[in-house]
Design a binder for this molecule. Structure first.
Ligand code: WQD
Length: 342
C-alpha cells in the first residue's frame, strides 16, 4: 500500500508542482482545495504529466465540520502538506481578519484532526517573510524572525508558533516548516505553472503577462535601494526544486529522521538577484521585448534578502538545481502555452 499524502491547496501553484513530485515518488495523493485561487483543470494537467489523477475534494479547511468529516472518511493519511492559505500581501493589509481567520483556523482544524485521527506528520508552507529585513545576510535558520510587514506574513509566523507548540505538546505529532524564498518558474512540460487570479502581485507572472501583451508595461518598484543596481534583491527559487524539497521533508518525517518535534528550514538557492537582473535575464533568454518603467518603491517591500542554504543542504540533503535562466525560460514557456502564443 502506497503512503497517502493529503495536500491542501494542491491545485495551487506550488501545491500542484508538489503533487507531481509526490506522485513521481510513488505516493498516493489526495488534494483538498476550495478553488478560491486556482482551477479544477489543474487536475487534468497533473494527470497528463504523471499519468495519475489525484483524488480531490473541494471545501475550505477553515470549516471545522467539513474538515472533521473529511478525516472521518479518510483514516489512512500518513502525512499532510499544508499549502492552503490566502497569500496576497497587499490584500492582507486591507482584510486582516479574513487572513487571520482563514489561515490560522485552517491550520488549527488540521492539527486537531491530526491528533484525533493519528496523522503524525505535517510539512508546512512558510515563508522568508518571517525574517522581515534581516540585519545580516545571507539568512540562516538562526537569523531572528522580525515582526511581519503584513498580516499575511504574520499568519506565517503565528502558524509556525502554533505548530511548534502543538507538536511539542503531542508526542506523536511532528511538523516541518519550509521557509520559501521567492518561488518562480513552471514545470518543464509547460502544463502547470503560476496563474494568478486578476492582476499579478508577484514579479515574474507580471513579467510574463507583460511579455504576452496582457499588461502594458512592468513597473519596477524602486531603484534607490542600497543594492548593486538600486533595485531590490531576492532569492528566486525554481518551483520544481521547491516541490522536491517537500518530498524530501515528507521522507524525513516518514522515516522519523527528524531531530525535534518541530523543525524549520530555509528553502532558497543562496543567490540574490535584483529585479533588473531578472528583467534583463528574462529578455535575453527568451528573446522577447519587455516594456518597463522605474517607479517609486512599493509599500512593505524589503530591500534585500537571500538564503544561506547550508542547513537545508546538509540536514535535508536537498539543494536547488535549476539555473535562473532555465527557470525564466520555463516561466515564459508556460505563459505562451496558457495564452496559445507560438
Ligand atoms: C519581488 C520583487 C518587488 C512586482 C512576496 C511574499 C512572499 C511570497 C512571494 C507570497 C520586489 C518587485 C514586483 C512588480 C516589481 N509569498 N516587483 N514590480 O514581495 O519578495 O514576496 O511574494 O506569494 O512571502 O512576501 O515577491 O514577486 O511580489 O516581489 O518591481 O510588478 O519584485 O518590489 O522587490 P516578494 P514579489
Amino acid at each position: 500500500m502506497n503512503k497517502q499524502i493529503l495536500v491542501t491547496g494542491g491545485t495551487g501553484y506550488i501545491g500542484s508542482h508538489t503533487v507531481v513530485e509526490l506522485q513521481n515518488e510513488g505516493f498516493d495523493v489526495i488534494i483538498v482545495d476550495d478553488l478560491s485561487n486556482s482551477s479544477i483543470e489543474v487536475l487534468d494537467a497533473i494527470e497528463k504529466i504523471t499519468g495519475k489523477r489525484p483524488a480531490f475534494e473541494r471545501f475550505n479547511l477553515a470549516d471545522r465540520e467539513k474538515t472533521g468529516a473529511f478525516f472521518e472518511n479518510h483514516q489512512n493519511i500518513d502525512a499532510i502538506i499544508h499549502f492552503a492559505a490566502f497569500k496576497a500581501v497587499g490584500e492582507s493589509v486591507e482584510k486582516p481578519l479574513e487572513y487571520y481567520r482563514n489561515n490560522l483556523v485552517s491550520l488549527m482544524n488540521l492539527l486537531e484532526n491530526m491528533k484525533k485521527h493519528q496523522v503524525p506528520n505535517m510539512v508546512f508552507s512558510s515563508s522568508c517573510t518571517v525574517y522581515g529585513q534581516p540585519e545580516l545576510l545571507p539568512v540562516t535558520e538562526s537569523t531572528p524572525r522580525k515582526p511581519a510587514e503584513s498580516p499575511y506574513g504574520n499568519t506565517k509566523a503565528v502558524s509556525e508558533d502554533i505548530m511548534r507548540d502543538f507538536s511539542n505538546a503531542n508526542e506523536n505529532i511532528n511538523c516541518i516548516a519550509l521557509r520559501y524564498f521567492n518561488p518562480i518558474g513552471a514545470h518543464p512540460s509547460a502544463l502547470i505553472g503560476e496563474l494568478p487570479v486578476g492582476i499579478p502581485n508577484n514579479l515574474v507572472p507580471f513579467i510574463t503577462q507583460t511579455a504576452a501583451g496582457l499588461r502594458d508595461e512592468l513597473k519596477i518598484f524602486g531603484d534607490d535601494y542600497d543594492t548593486p543596481d538600486g533595485t531590490a534583491v531576492r532569492d528566486y527559487i525554481n518551483v520544481v526544486d521547491l516541490a522536491k524539497a517537500h518530498v524530501v521533508a515528507i521522507n524525513r518525517l516518514l522515516k522519523t529522521k527528524q531531530k525535534a518535534a518541530y523543525e524549520y528550514f530555509n528553502v532558497g538557492t543562496g543567490n540574490g538577484y535584483s529585479v533588473m537582473q531578472l528583467v534583463k535575464t528574462f529578455i535575453e533568454v527568451n528573446g522577447v521585448d519587455l516594456k518597463y518603467q522605474i517607479v517609486g518603491r512599493r509599500a512593505g517591500d524589503i530591500e534585500k534578502i537571500w538564503a544561506d542554504t547550508t542547513y537545508a543542504n546538509k540536514e535535508l540533503g536537498w539543494e536547488a538545481e535549476k539555473t535562473l535562466e532555465e527557470t525564466l525560460e520555463s516561466a515564459w514557456a508556460w505563459e505562451k502555452n496558457v495564452r496559445n502564443i507560438k
